[in-house]
Design a protein around this ligand. Structure first.
Ligand SMILES: [Zn+2]
Ligand SMILES: [Zn+2]
Length: 469
């Protein structure tokens, strides 16, 4: 009774004072599904179980996969079914690429046919599960054969992927994507344009790209800038999506993927169009993190989210995560994200019980105690990560803000405690997308560590004592 009175009261206040009621929608972001068609838990050992383990022995293979293997079809089906069960009516779905398996023997296990078969299978699953939902899909480095080698010109594989994805595209978008592997379209009935970049064209691991001399492969930057300009002139907003993102990988030191000139050009575009950009969503890392962009006066102006993959295998580094999928809540008027919930599958438990129970891992606002997902709020998270003490007693350290973030970074797969080097890698990557400021952060951190060495040792000892008492 009192609750309905309160609601009526709010409605009256809205009507009298003209306070607009928030119209909230949702969308899914999934990435790095990496389907391993060859996976067989009964396969025997090593490569017989999964070629995606690179010959190392799987840890505990079961129905839903193994921490050293890419996703079996059962895992992918369970992730898409979980999306349907949790929120079967999202406004749209972002799917940011990398669909085939990792393998060191690509001549044996990969082919153009396998790339297309994999993408066709996942597309069909999504279309059957979400028949009336538009999926905004982009291409990863594992969505071409040979992997990483997508050229900056028209090619048969991208043409055929365009044919597979045509039901999700406008006529104009289809024509553009078929030529280039990138494109954009408006979300139906909303003033929101989704830009799907083909970031393979900026990847320093792509041997078909001449990052030293080619200032704009396939003209993607010029097109990207024009899209941002168009959106501003229309009074609309954009979400930027793609597979490989700018900046640095947060798990290790000094690892970045774009050619430097493309990285800095991306940062400059975000700085110029921060008023138009309402979100940035990428994959490739397979881990859970975010990036901050600043204006010249060091004020945070934009946030980029790195979303963990469905595959339990970290491809660009040895390592593992639990499979993850992410649901965003957003304001349908401003297109700002109001929160997200990270869902995950505890893989070892799913295999042990032979049942896939996807559950909430955390929600951003309650986990980080922030009022929203604005750049200022994420800056506050970054500051806490920077100021939190790091130390190596694993049991205890998992209770701190930094260690909790570190655990979520690998979707609750325990990799041990986050020490000083780990903290430096994460904080410098989160706060610095442009290369110069990243390297400055890394060297200043080392300098500070040297000068504060005795103080930090004392703090570490004190923390440890407090922890075990
Ligand atoms: Zn991947
Ligand atoms: Zn990738």
């Amino acid at each position: 009774m009192w609750y309905s009175t309160l609601l009526i009261g709010c409605a009256v206040l809205e009507a009298v004072w003209g306070i607009p009621r928030r119209d909230t929608g949702s969308f899914w972001h999934i990435t790095d599904l990496h389907l391993d068609f060859y996976y067989s838990a009964e396969g025997g050992n090593g490569l017989d179980i999964c070629p995606s383990s690179y010959g190392t022995e799987p840890l505990d293979p079961g129905t839903y996969g193994d921490y050293r293997c890419d996703s079996p079809m059962q895992l992918i089906k369970s992730s898409i079914n979980a999306m349907k069960t949790i929120d079967g009516n999202p406004d749209f779905i972002l799917w940011t690429g990398d669909d085939t398996l990792h393998t060191s023997q690509q001549n044996r296990y990969l082919s153009e046919e396998l790339v297309l078969k994999t993408i066709w299978n996942i597309t069909e699953l999504l279309q059957q599960t979400f028949p009336s939902t538009t999926v905004f899909a982009s291409l990863g480095n594992h969505d071409y054969h040979p992997k990483y080698e997508m050229p900056p010109k028209r090619n048969a594989i991208v043409e055929m992927i365009a044919d597979i994805w045509e039901p999700w595209m406008t006529v104009e978008q289809f024509a553009m994507f078929r030529e280039t592997g990138f494109g954009s379209r408006l979300v139906p009935t909303r003033d929101l344009r989704i830009i799907m970049l083909n970031t393979n064209l900026w990847d320093a691991s792509n041997p078909t790209i001449d990052g030293e001399n080619d200032i704009d492969p396939a003209g993607q930057f010029e097109w990207f800038g024009n899209q941002l300009n168009l959106t501003r002139s229309e009074g609309k907003k954009v979400y930027i999506t793609g597979h490989i993102g700018p900046g640095f990988f947060e798990m290790v030191s000094n690892e970045t993927y774009y050619f430097k000139r493309y990285n800095e050009r991306y940062v400059a575009l975000v700085q110029s169009y921060a008023d138009v950009i309402a979100g940035q969503f990428f994959g490739h890392h397979h881990t859970d993190s975010f990036r901050l962009f600043y204006n010249e006066s060091k004020h945070p102006i934009s946030v980029l989210f790195y979303e963990p993959g469905v595959t339990p295998r970290i491809g660009i580094r040895d390592g593992s995560t639990n499979p993850g999928i992410r649901l965003f809540q957003y304001d349908r008027t401003t297109f700002k994200q109001t929160d997200f919930t990270q869902y995950f599958l505890n893989l070892s438990q799913a295999n042990a019980l032979d049942t896939a129970s996807w559950v909430e891992e955390y929600s951003a606002l309650s986990e980080y105690l922030i009022p929203d997902l604005s750049p200022a709020s994420l800056k506050a998270v970054a500051t806490r990560l920077r100021e939190d003490p790091s130390f190596n007693n694993e049991t205890c350290s998992l209770q701190t803000f930094l260690q909790r973030y570190h655990l979520l970074n690998t979707v609750s797969y325990v990799h041990g405690a986050c020490d000083d080097t780990c903290q430096k890698n994460h904080v410098c990557a989160v706060e610095n997308v442009d290369q110069e400021s990243y390297y400055r952060c890394m060297s200043e951190w080392d300098g500070n560590s040297a000068t504060q060495n005795s103080a930090s040792i004392a703090l570490t000892v004190l923390s440890f004592l407090l922890c075990i008492l």
